[in-house]
Ligand binder design. Structure first.
Ligand SMILES: *[C@@H]1O[C@H](CO)[C@@H](O)[C@H](O)[C@H]1NC(C)=O
Ligand SMILES: *[C@@H]1O[C@H](CO)[C@@H](O)[C@H](O)[C@H]1NC(C)=O
Ligand SMILES: *[C@@H]1O[C@H](CO)[C@@H](O)[C@H](O)[C@H]1NC(C)=O
Length: 760
């Protein structure tokens, strides 16, 4: 069964290959990314706060806080040390914790506290602590820990450096979802730090079952502040019969009223408005059994311009031991509200099935915040402390909603299986393009890379089409991406791993190439062809006169018709001459920019009228990088064209005229050259011997002089060129040493003719 599930998930229109792969070096070389690793070469990062108001980036590390400027003044990194309290490190070690990875103050909470201070909390070597950090007014670059403000942080920060945890700061109070004890067993939702008494959930309330928190945020219902609620997103262990098929883990959205004050006699200083519902993200399969993505990995709230309510983008993973899959589902707040307004889940006992609660629901309806609606004449419920006991008892007994929240269109917008990496983080940007808005999804992997993806509905198909625009290796070594924040204002992504933080541009349109067709094939909503170059698409720009973009179809034939720049780069007509020696191996290189393009090789032999498609066998192999002749035959001589096809758009990427030198001819040359070299070695060993030169000329004719130069350059003069720092730049090469192939992928080099090579 699972086999067929895999097939269905893997199939479909979507290509799992990224359109463009950018290495760590590529990103640095083009200023696409800059990396901050701190003064010790590693941050041990645990928290990241992007401060758009102050133009700063605050980072929480191991015993350290950092501040970077994001404005024109440059990063100007500042750091302050914040170790655990005296003696705590030793105590932590005595209690059997790891001195290297646990007994330090890992800063895990960073929130804006007021106009001049941040609230920071750390694990304090297994004794959490919080403090205020002075960061200065806007424009100042200050960072100092307010020592007088240091206090215990239990319930506000986990004891462990790595346990999943989330928090949000609302109205001077910190809301946390965490395990608050030394042993990591007591899962609670906690609110503290304000003038009101702290509020918490109790283990006896059974609100949470071994939860794994991924997000917390204030999401208002409407303009009435009384109805404001804080939402938590998490996965937890399921009560056995839930979900029918005995799922072990389910994902949840839970919420509490900001004005919850607990009960008066029941639920004193405990949540009296907590409710939770299941989030479903599954793919229907033809067999009728859905594939579920049960574990929540991350959540991103996409707030529209009008700011009323966000769309919830959630990244899930499967828990299957058989295959690893990831999916992104999108939820509307309206659908979440509807589930919370629907029936409560009820069962008569642990052995019974869950059903909708059918009895009378008390007033005020459990989970509703005290507001004007609940404060009716004769029913003065202005605070949860006024709620009748039966309401609180009901809330305590029925925290779960019966219905589940289904995603937009009932299915994921993105499914990833069979990937060599895990997906851990999600961030979304809504981008205005020529034909409407696109949600560009950035996904952080466990391999230090970020995927930039778009997904959209095409035609009547229910299955969305997805395009991986770019795969970017942000960190030099594979390391899980644990934090991701977007700055739409700056058009940057801040990507954090244990190692450090990268500032990554959301787009770099020039990377796609300098032809209309290439810009169009990129299908990047950020970019458009403006008549001259591939540049950032500005929907509101006055310079709108000329915009070519086709995200849905990526069809350059339609978009780039009559574009002068479209033609000359694409249509390579002149062939580069390549020499090969008989019986030896030779390689004809052809690397299409996009791995999504399919490659076909054609050969036109001297006596043929029409080019033929190259027949590959065990002697001639087609590889990702080109055509490999394992043993060259005289009859292989001819003009080879490498053609790519992408979205119906065909182009010739390389044309190579292969000439084969007979084995016996070359052998003779070698013998003579070695004899002569000894006699001239006193002059300079790297000067090619004159006799050899002459013989080659005879062999291939004087008309081909430039090609001889090139041949020389490749085969015998490599050392000389290297020493001059003028490494051979041409893409074609000879011989058997496959490892020496040119790495450069620059566009212009494809067109270099032998004459240009000679000129260098
Ligand atoms: C990258 O930035 C540096 C410094 O700002 C600049 O000198 C360099 O030209 C830039 N390189 C590219 C490829 O934009
Ligand atoms: C922010 O809070 C700190 C600590 O209570 C206080 O010292 C500081 O004056 C406050 N800043 C502002 C601008 O209110
Ligand atoms: C073929 O390649 C081998 C290994 O590099 C080399 O020793 C030999 O001389 C080459 N033969 C010819 C004919 O170039």
């Amino acid at each position: 069964m699972l086999g067929s599930v895999l097939v269905t998930l893997g199939a479909g229109k979507s290509s799992s290959l990224p359109r463009l792969q950018l290495s760590y070096r590529d990103l640095l070389a083009t200023n696409r990314s800059t990396i901050f690793l701190g003064p010790r070469g590693k941050l041990d990062l645990r928290a990241l706060y992007l401060d758009e108001y102050r133009d700063r980036l605050f980072l929480g590390g191991r015993d350290t806080l950092y501040s970077l400027r994001l404005d024109q003044a440059g990063p100007d990194p500042k750091e302050i040390l914040w170790p655990p309290r005296p003696g705590q490190k030793e105590e932590c070690i005595l209690k059997g914790r790891d001195p290297l990875t646990e007994c330090a103050n890992y800063v895990r909470v960073l929130h804006p506290y007021n106009r001049t201070h941040l609230l920071a909390c750390g694990t304090g070597a297994f004794q959490p602590l919080c403090a205020l950090v002075a960061v200065g007014h806007r424009g100042e670059h200050v960072l100092s820990l307010d020592q007088a403000s240091v206090e215990g942080g239990r319930g506000r920060c986990p004891h462990e450096p790595d346990r999943p945890f989330s928090s949000t700061f609302v109205g001077g109070e910190l809301y946390t979802g965490l395990t608050a004890d030394f042993l990591g067993r007591e899962a609670v939702l906690f609110r503290s730090g304000g003038a009101r008494p702290a509020l918490r959930s109790d283990t006896d309330q059974s609100l949470l079952h071994d939860p794994r928190f991924v997000g917390a945020a204030l999401i208002p219902d409407n303009a009435d502040r009384d109805n404001d609620k804080v939402y938590f997103f998490f996965s937890e262990a399921a009560a056995p019969p839930e979900g029918g098929s005995g799922r072990a883990i389910v994902s949840r959205v839970g919420r509490i009223c900001v004005n919850d004050a607990g009960g008066q006699r029941v639920l004193v200083n405990k949540w009296s408005t907590f409710l939770k519902a299941r989030l479903i993200c599954s793919v229907p399969t033809p067999g009728g059994i859905d594939t579920y993505f049960d574990q929540l990995e991350d959540v991103f709230l996409l707030w529209p311009k009008d700011g009323k309510s966000p769309e919830v983008y959630a990244l899930f993973s499967t828990l299957s031991a058989v295959f690893q899959g990831f999916a992104v589902c999108v939820y509307h707040m309206a659908d979440i509200w509807e589930v919370f307004n629907g029936p409560f889940a009820h069962r008569d006992g642990p052995q019974h099935q869950w059903g909708p609660y059918g009895g009378k629901v008390p007033f005020p309806r459990p989970g509703v915040c005290p507001s004007k609606t609940t404060t009716q004449p004769g029913r003065p419920f202005g605070s949860t402390k006024d709620y009748p006991d039966d309401v609180l008892q009901f809330t305590r007994a029925h925290p779960l909603m019966f219905r589940s929240v289904l995603p937009r269109h009932g299915r994921p917008i993105l499914v990833k299986t069979h990937q060599p990496y895990r997906l851990l983080q999600i961030v979304v940007d809504r981008v205005e393009a020529e034909d409407g808005a696109y949600d560009v999804i950035f996904l952080g992997t466990d391999a230090g890379s970020v995927l930039k993806v778009i997904a959209f509905q095409t035609g009547k198909s229910v299955q969305p089409e997805e395009v991986i625009l770019e795969e970017m290796q942000v960190f030099k070594v594979p390391t899980p991406i644990l934090e991701m924040e977007i700055s739409v204002k700056r058009q940057m992504l801040y990507v954090g791993s244990r190692l450090g933080v990268a500032q990554l541009r959301l787009h770099r349109c020039e990377t796609y190439g300098n032809a209309c067709a290439e810009c169009c094939l990129a299908r990047d909503p950020y970019c458009a062809w403006d008549g001259d170059t591939c540049t950032r698409y500005q929907p509101s720009s006055a310079k709108r006169r000329f915009r070519r973009q086709d995200i849905r179809h990526g069809n350059p034939a339609l978009q780039c018709l009559g574009q002068s720049h479209g033609g000359d780069v694409m249509g390579i007509t002149e062939a580069t001459v390549v020499f090969g020696t008989e019986h030896n191996s030779t390689f004809l290189e052809c690397r299409p920019k996009s791995p999504q393009a399919t490659v076909h090789w054609f050969v036109q032999r001297p006596k043929d009228e029409q080019p033929d498609q190259v027949k590959t066998d065990e002697r001639i192999l087609q590889t990702e990088h080109g055509l490999l002749f394992r043993r060259l035959n005289r009859l292989d001589a001819g003009t080879y064209s490498c053609k790519t096809l992408e979205h119906g758009f065909a182009q010739t990427v390389a044309r190579l005229a292969l000439e084969v030198i007979g084995a016996e001819q070359l052998e003779g040359l070698f013998l003579r050259e070695h004899g002569e070299e000894e006699s001239i070695s006193k002059n300079s060993a790297s000067v090619p011997s004159r006799a050899w030169y002459k013989d080659i000329l005879q062999l291939i004719g004087y008309a081909n002089l430039p090609r001889v130069e090139e041949y020389c350059e490749r085969v015998w003069c490599v050392d000389r060129y290297r020493r001059k720092g003028k490494q051979s730049k041409s893409k074609t090469w000879l011989g058997t040493d496959l490892g020496k192939k040119a790495k450069s992928r620059a566009q212009g080099e494809r067109n270099r003719t032998p004459r240009e090579v000679e000129a260098t």
